[in-house]
Design a protein around this ligand. Sequence first.
Ligand SMILES: [Ca+2]
Ligand SMILES: [Ca+2]
Length: 296
Amino acid sequence: MKFLNFLITILVVISSIFRIDLGYGMNPKNKEVDLSKYELVWSDEFDGNELDHNKWNDNQNVNTLHWGAVRNGGYWHKDMIAVEDGALHIKTRYVDEEQAAKYGGDYKAGWYSGYVTTLDSNKDDSTNPDTFLYGYFECRCILPAGEGLWSAFWMMNGQVYDVNGNGIDGTEIDVFESFGYPDGEKKTADLISTNLHWDGYGEDHQHYSVGRFYANNPYEEYNTYGVEWTPDEYIFYINGHETARTSKGGVSQNPENLLLSVEVAGSNGVPSLSKGDITRNADNVDFIVDYVRVYQ
Ligand SMILES: [Ca+2]
Ligand SMILES: [Ca+2]
């Protein structure tokens, strides 16, 4: 029995050192992204003092997605978007009744975060397209270290809502989604999730979980998360190392816009404590994005 305990201890130590998959998630492979066939065609290094509105739209009320003020357990508002110290910050803050009243509309006291999208940014500026078709898309970021917060780097287009039995017209490509902090256990906290969605979000909704993958201390350190999107497949990367490849649903053949977002777990503006007590950790929590780069 002593020997068995010893053996189990050794196995757990070895698996944690080499991060062998014990059923929670997978490590990136050794295979690295090959950028030699690509050129950097678009990027935002977030070097200024404010969001570049030629590149990004940060107002959910003035773009064609029309997602409105309420988003799951919180609210989305452009006041949560800032560019400082060479990075985009999508903040999560508690907004009181007085401030919410100033926002008007559906805004109420609660937890606020935000999103930015290339969709419906300055349309007259051809050097900053709203959408992209194929290429390598990479984001370097630190995830927001608050329970119940859900950050993501993703792509989609309006055709994602069209139901036709495949994702060829449009697929929501979730390069990474984070919702594991701290989730009680370190082994899940370091995992990000990669997903595809197509055929809308109603009863015909299709979802493919590409996998859950280990990043390197993602709530405290910068990691890069990327997808190589070709006409034939999606290949996902963490820090330039391949995590998975798939063509599930049929690869999207239409241009898609980029998004960076933070959501609060819950519904109707009320946080879900089952997903973690965000009031314990969310104060002054930022999703920090050093850059977004597009290679084609
Ligand atoms: Ca479809
Ligand atoms: Ca930067």
